[in-house]
Design a protein around this ligand. Structure first.
Ligand SMILES: Nc1ncnc2c1ncn2[C@@H]1O[C@H](COP(=O)(O)OP(=O)(O)OP(=O)(O)O)[C@@H](O)[C@H]1O
Ligand SMILES: [Mg+2]
Length: 583
């Protein structure tokens, strides 16, 4: 059937083949094992002839002794070969799964944030769990079909030819008929397989959301809505699976019916040959058994397209992720510790091509060790502006320079190594407080440094009441902690990093006034000799900044010190007055 495989399938399988080739030796064992199985099974049906003619009909004593022994030997060989095949194919299959899974995972680590902004998490998770398994299963099945089944058919045909060339020709005529029928059914396969994989992704997505958002579901009575949502995607999954099962079982049924006609024909022919005296009972039994032996392998061979398609559908989605462009990292500047002179030059940025600019022609300079405060209404682009500095997103135009070097000219690791970040949404991992503090490259920090940071961020304050202290596991995304505690860990992490440039995006928003004041003291000490971008809704933390910019719809509408801006009596003064009246 190989000539019918379309070019795209060949490309995908060519790529998959690279995952198999490192395991050549094990592959060789599998091939030998499969060849042995084919030979042994053909031997078995061949033996039926002397068993019938010599032992049972002619009653030869000699053959009554060696044939049982031969049977024993054959079954021992069959067992050994079966074990070698299963074990080695399994080994290769699991290796392919691991390779694919790790590669896609590693890819997730290096893809730009933009990629994840545009993709739902569910289908991405499914690629790592479901799709890789489908792919490996398909690869091992195809290998089995290509080697074991093909050899079994050849060996069985050999036995048949040996006994009766005429009858064999009758059987051979059936092959193209069966092949064409099943191939036609196989066309539908890839479509269904791809849809099944998509629908598994949707099921994952909905489930993931109700697990994460369980409290919202409960508070707003979203049970009905979520049940319906899952039922809808699950129904889609069920329907596609049923279609797949229908096509597959139809293929099986049709092959069997056609084969049945063939068998009837063969029995009819055999009867005539037997009457003419050209076919002994033993030859007939052996021929017939060889034909039955072929039944399963022939069915799988005719179905190989479907098996291929299932793997291709899975592999396609994996390769699509692997082919996505990584974050661009072509800079070469490696600076251990920048001084921290930061300059935004006519920076323009939009999230999507069709969206308007979110940052519109922003130019601002922050001297080394100075503090820039960014204020403005919600959605004015404050977080976005700050996220451009560590190159989380690429600029549309303009440039950002640190110590007069464009951030594009730094290596990403050097650039980000120089920046500490406390983001608006605190991200904690399901690990201990200690490991969340000393995350990633901070793993290398000493215990003393860790304790100092924990102390300064007032983490020890609440940790001392925990029975397991710093070894307390914080739960999924840190759910076992309060919002303020989570924020303190994020601040501690930034303190521990001790980088010359600091971004504080609403770093203390979840804290009460008293805790905030204390942490602000710690932050003030930290900010003293560091370049800091601070975004805060409480203007008390903004007052002391060396410069304040007011953003509105991505543009700087005001800029100056606190005193200057209050005197200007514009946006900032209005914001300031509003807050004053609050307090
Ligand atoms: N990942 C994203 N993809 C597309 N648009 C986004 C994304 N993140 C933010 N935006 C849009 O960009 C604009 C600016 O968002 P940004 O988060 O920078 O505002 P902000 O000033 O930090 O607001 P807040 O004070 O509420 O934190 C908003 O209109 C928002 O809808
Ligand atoms: Mg924000």
């Amino acid at each position: 059937m190989s000539k019918r495989i379309d070019p795209e399938v060949r490309v995908v399988y060519g790529r998959l083949w690279h995952y198999v080739t490192p395991h050549k030796l094990i592959g060789l064992i599998a091939v030998i094992g499969m060849a042995a199985i084919a030979a042994v099974e053909a031997g078995l049906v061949y033996l039926l002839q002397p068993l019938m003619d010599d032992t049972l009909v002619a009653k030869q004593v000699e053959s009554g002794k060696w044939i049982p022994l031969a049977f024993m030997g054959i079954f021992i060989l069959r067992g050994l070969a079966g074990f070698a095949t299963e074990a080695s194919l399994g080994w290769i299959g699991r290796s392919v799964i691991s390779d694919l899974r790790r590669q896609v995972f590693n890819k997730f680590l290096t893809l730009p944030i933009k990629f994840f902004d545009s993709q739902a998490a569910g289908p991405l998770l499914t690629r790592l769990t479901y799709n890789v398994e489908m792919v490996a299963e398909s690869v091992t099945s195809v290998v089995t079909i290509a080697v074991r089944d093909t050899l079994t058919v050849i060996a069985a045909l050999g036995v048949m030819l040996y006994h009766s060339p005429t009858l064999t020709i009758f059987v051979a005529i059936l092959f193209p008929i069966v092949g064409t029928l099943v191939w036609l059914l196989g066309i539908a396969f890839r479509r269904y397989s791809a849809r099944i994989q998509d629908s598994v992704g949707e099921v994952t997505q909905v489930t993931d959301e109700i697990i994460r958002g369980n409290s919202v579901v409960k508070a707003f009575g979203g049970y009905e809505y979520e049940r319906d949502r899952l039922a809808a995607v699950d129904e889609g999954n069920r329907k596609q699976n049923l279609k797949l099962i229908r096509v597959r079982s139809m293929g099986v049924a049709i092959t069997q019916v056609v084969f049945g006609f063939g068998i009837a024909l063969v029995i009819f022919m055999a009867g005539r040959q037997s009457i003419e005296g050209v076919l002994s009972p033993g030859q007939f039994i052996s021929f017939f058994s060889a034909m039955m032996l072929m039944l399963q392998p022939v069915r799988r061979i005719t179905n190989v397209n479907a098996t291929l398609q299932r793997g291709v559908a899975g592999a396609d989605s994996l390769f699509m992720v692997m082919d996505e462009k990584d974050e661009e990292d072509i800079g070469t500047q490696e600076i251990d510790r920048v001084r921290g002179h930061v300059r935004f030059e006519n920076v323009r940025f939009s999230y999507g091509d069709e969206d308007g600019p979110v940052i519109d022609d922003v130019s601002v300079t922050i001297g080394a060790g100075k503090t820039l405060a960014i204020v403005g209404h919600s959605g004015s682009g404050k977080s976005t502006l700050a996220s451009l500095l560590p190159r989380f997103y690429e600029l549309d135009s303009g440039d950002i320079l640190i110590d007069d070097v464009s951030i594009r000219d730094f290596t990403l690791s050097s650039l980000r190594g120089n920046i500490s970040l406390v983001s608006q949404d605190v991200v904690l991992f399901n690990d201990t407080i200690r490991n969340n503090l000393a995350y990633g490259q901070l793993k290398a920090s000493s215990d003393e440094e860790l304790m100092k940071a924990a102390e300064a961020a007032y983490i020890l304050d609440f940790v001392k009441d925990l029975p397991e202290g710093l070894e307390t596991v914080v739960g999924d995304r840190g759910v076992l902690l309060s919002g303020g505690q989570r924020q303190r860990i994020a601040i501690g992490r930034a303190l521990l990093k001790n980088a010359p440039v600091l971004i504080l995006d609403e770093a203390t928003s979840a804290l009460d006034t008293q805790s905030e004041r204390r942490i602000q003291d710690a932050l003030n000490v930290l900010m003293k000799d560091r370049t800091t971008l601070v975004i805060a809704h409480r203007l008390s933390t903004v007052e002391k900044a060396d410069r304040i910019i007011v953003l509105d719809a991505g543009q700087i509408v005001e800029s100056g010190t606190h005193a200057e801006l209050v005197a200007q009596d514009g946006h900032y003064a209005a914001l300031y007055r509003m807050q004053f009246s609050d307090e």
